[in-house]
Design a protein around this ligand. Structure first.
Ligand SMILES: Nc1nc(=O)c2c([nH]1)NC[C@@H]1CN(c3ccc(C(=O)N[C@@H](CCC(=O)O)C(=O)O)cc3)C=[N+]21
Length: 280
């Protein structure tokens, strides 16, 4: 079977291009969408991601407000900054880059963000909205995955989808989104006893476990659609996903590469959520 590679970078560019036009119209009406990006500490990966987010803002025409706080910032002063941003009319979206330093309670920090500015979709109010099918912000990586599947015309209704990983920011929300598309969804995790059997039955498999090349080609069903959410470094320091891309060739029908797969879509959907925050 010929494996087709999903071009996440191209789809992300198309989305950003559409948003750029929308933002031009908003600006003519005197509304400039604004995103506050808060980075605490100097995690090098976080710096790359935050840099990519600022670049995307610039491209789309969203004004970005950048806050880089030292590692030893107290939780209280971060909460104070969030409170100020909540009240700032020029700021429509607030993104606090994760992970936070160990001395901070991530849930407490997320809870402090006004739900209508929570463009990450991490606040329990937005997470709960997704659970019950109410309007709210959908977290960017899961939203990006659904958008990729839609644009590649992958039928989800009645299909068996296996999600590997149960995080609050990817595994759980993507499972709910796939369910919303009428797929039959199985969530697997580190305590799943028959992981390989589960993956073997999947028409669509989403892998978000943070382990380099964890899923190998031989585990996949012939013709499976493979979505790789991983961002790891391999033994040579090269960026790689949670799926062994090479061994999936000839078995998967469609696969997202790392980089240029899900990553750029996460950023495109963040821009989408910012425009939504500014207009609602
Ligand atoms: N509050 C918060 N919101 C997030 O959305 C969030 C976060 N915290 N913490 C970390 C994860 C990870 N994440 C990525 C975004 C872009 C790429 C991305 O642009 N990837 C490029 C390559 C990047 C590179 O060269 O390293 C690609 O896949 O082509 C990757 C990962 C957002 N996250």
């Amino acid at each position: 079977m010929q494996t087709k590679i999903i071009d996440g970078e191209m789809i992300a560019s198309e989305i950003k291009e559409d948003l750029k036009k929308q933002v031009e119209d908003l600006k003519e009406k005197g509304l400039t969408p604004g995103l506050a990006v808060v980075l605490v500490g100097d995690n090098s990966a976080s710096k790359v991601y935050v840099g990519n987010k600022k670049k995307a803002c610039e491209y789309v025409g969203i004004k970005s407000f950048s806050y880089e706080l030292p590692e030893n910032t107290s939780e209280d002063s971060l909460l104070e900054l969030i409170d100020t941003l909540n009240q700032d009319e020029k700021v429509h979206g607030i993104l606090v880059q994760m992970p936070l330093p160990r001395h901070m309670d991530e849930q407490k920090v997320i809870k402090a963000i006004a739900p209508h500015k929570d463009v990450d979709g991490f606040h329990i109010e937005n997470a709960g909205a997704l659970l019950v099918g109410a309007p709210g912000f959908i977290s960017c990586t899961p939203a990006g995955i659904i958008e990729l599947l839609r644009r590649y015309e992958v039928v989800l209704e009645g299909k068996k989808c296996v999600v590997v990983g149960r995080s609050n920011i990817v595994g759980k929300p993507i499972s709910l989104l796939l369910l919303r598309e009428n797929a039959t969804v199985t969530i697997c995790h580190s305590k799943t006893t028959n992981l390989e059997e589960e993956i073997k039955q999947a028409d669509v498999v989403v892998v978000a476990v943070g382990k380099a090349k964890f899923v190998k080609g031989h585990m996949l069903k012939e013709g499976a659609v493979v979505i790789d959410v991983g961002m790891n470094r391999d033994e040579n320091g090269k960026l790689c996903g949670d799926v062994d891309f090479d061994s999936a060739q000839g078995i998967a029908s469609l696969i997202t590469p790392v980089p240029k797969g899900v990553g750029p879509m996460t950023i495109a959907m963040l821009m989408y959520n910012c425009v939504l925050a500014a207009t609602h």
